[in-house]
Design a protein around this ligand. Structure first.
Ligand code: MV4
Length: 493
């Protein structure tokens, strides 16, 4: 097994990867920006090095600096986590050419899946259902009109180099198509240096269901659980669950086998995710995420497989030591992403110092976090401060457990989206499993969040005045004490 792994990431995911390394007896190298000098992950690493100023372009995306640390520390491999360099084919290629081993798929797979037109071609060839759409790039607006009017509006125009919701626009009629077609191409050109776009039938209110896969270098490819990721806002997922409330044993096999077909068709190795849209009983291939995903933990909870350890073993050249039939889905897991943001102010980021912090715990609760009391959330990075995951035998029990955990979770000093999650857990549509990607817009969820925030604010008035007290030390202690005391807060229904 590797002796030393460099983790080219920050925050909770850096810690998650280092935990797996530690359990496997691998020593860890952290890299951090000036803004993260005091961050927990940099302390957690066996050794850690400054790689540049706070902006990601100069630190977490700085390939030369990261490769230099790798070389100087004698690291055998690099784990990129998610975001940053995780889906950058040039970085993976650099690693392939100069060693250390890149813990992820081969660079050509990352590149091919980054090209959505190419990905669609490969899927069609492999016999995997794709959304009805153009086979190739559409270069002029007349061609776009012909296609759209054949298949019927609404249609969606997608940049071939886009993905994850970036570089796509919907057109509901001819007039909209004409303007949108030009603007999407233009945007794609300037954002990705590739203006090619393709067009698909736009599926309204689909569900977003994805399949976690693992593939080793010996042709063994296995699907783990599916995940329902429909509760998102502007392509930022907020809540995920495994399995999807609509999943049946038959559909799981169908989608799982489609995902394995996808992986085999492209020569996939390591952990990956195949995203599908599900609408009215049918599912369609969307894209492949060639990285470890934020929400991998819920799949770990329902399968018992440690996905990060599997990534390390596969990259080291080991065979997957279990079979498809060994995988069974046990119970139900839900993840709430805890973000430092204000759900009542358009989810605006709320950076600053955490004055009091106590995360949830107890049976069936997993918290992956990179923060603590006294930690300052930097405005330079995304606002996620932790992932709260719960497991229980059934979906109803898991929802009750999540609600309980959310009431235990205390963050003082910055605004968080915890009240949003509380509102969703008691929302009747969520509870019945009736969720689509339009959930947040459709559901008057924000009114319910407002109510929760208001009633908690009344209780917290004394706290607020303490926090604002001039004596910072007194304020911090008060906040920390409050964090503990509020554990005793009764859950309101
Ligand atoms: C779509 C779609 C409807 N019809 N394609 C957004 C993210 C990217 N992976 C693909 N996306 C979509 N593609 C067709 N033909 C709706 C979305 C979409 C979406 C997908 C998954 C999760 C959330 C979403 C939110 C809005 C739109």
């Amino acid at each position: 097994m590797f002796k030393k792994v460099l983790v080219a990431n920050r925050g909770e995911i850096a810690i998650r990867v280092m935990r797996a390394c530690r359990e496997l007896g691998i020593s860890t190298v952290g890299v951090y920006s000036e803004a993260d000098k005091n961050a927990l992950f940099a302390k957690y690493a066996d050794e850690a090095y400054l790689i540049g100023p706070a902006p990601s372009s100069q630190s977490y995306l700085n390939m030369a600096a990261i490769l230099a640390v790798s070389k100087n520390t004698g690291s055998d491999a690099i784990h990129p986590g998610y975001g940053f360099l995780s889906e950058n084919p040039s970085f993976a290629k650099c690693c392939e050419e100069e060693g250390p081993i890149f813990i992820g798929p081969p660079s050509h797979v990352i590149a091919e899946m980054g090209n959505k037109i190419r990905a669609r071609h490969l899927m069609m060839k492999a016999g995997v259902p794709v959304v009805p759409g153009t086979k190739d790039a559409v270069d002029d607006v007349d061609e776009a009109k012909v296609f759209a009017e054949n298949i019927g509006y609404p249609v969606i125009i997608k940049a071939s180099a886009g993905g994850g919701g970036i570089g796509m626009k919907v057109a509901h009629c001819r007039e909209e198509l004409v303007t949108t077609f030009g603007s999407t191409r233009q945007m794609a050109g300037s954002a990705f240096g590739d203006s090619s776009v393709f067009i698909e039938k736009y599926l309204e209110e689909p569900r977003h269901i994805e399949i976690q896969i693992l593939a080793d270098s010996y042709g063994n490819t296995i699907y783990l659980s599916d995940r329902e990721c429909s509760i998102q806002r502007r392509h930022q997922k907020l809540i995920e669950e495994a399995p999807s409330p609509i999943m049946t044993p038959e559909l799981r096999v169908q989608m799982g086998e489609a995902a394995v077909k996808v992986a085999k068709a492209i020569g996939y190795v390591n952990a990956g995710t195949v995203e599908f849209l599900y609408s009215r009983g049918d599912f369609y291939f969307l894209e492949v995420n060639t990285r470890l995903q934020v929400e991998h933990g819920i799949t770990e909870m329902v399968t018992g497989i440690d996905i990060v350890k599997e990534q390390l073993r596969i990259a080291w050249g080991e065979k997957i030591d279990f079979l498809q039939e060994d995988i069974c889905i046990n119970g139900h897991a839900i993840e709430c992403r805890i973000n430092a943001e204000d759900p009542l102010n358009d989810f605006a980021p709320s950076p600053g110092k955490i004055r009091g912090y106590r995360s949830a715990g107890g049976p069936g609760v997993r918290v992956d976090s990179g923060v603590h009391t006294g930690y300052t959330i930097s405005p330079y990075y995304d606002s996620m401060i932790s992932k709260l995951c719960v497991w229980e035998r059934t979906r109803d029990l898991a929802i009750a457990r999540m609600e309980r955990a959310l009431y235990e979770y205390v963050v003082v000093g910055v605004k968080t989206n915890i009240p949003f999650h509380k509102a969703v857990m008691r929302n009747p549509d969520f509870r019945s499993g009736d969720i689509t990607t339009a959930f947040i817009e459709d559901n008057k969820i924000l009114e319910s969040v407002e109510e929760i925030v208001k009633s908690e604010a009344e209780k917290g008035d004394t706290l607020a005045s303490a926090i604002e007290a001039k004596d910072k030390k007194v304020a911090a202690i008060t906040a920390a004490v409050y964090a503990y005391v509020s554990m005793a807060q009764k859950m309101q229904r």
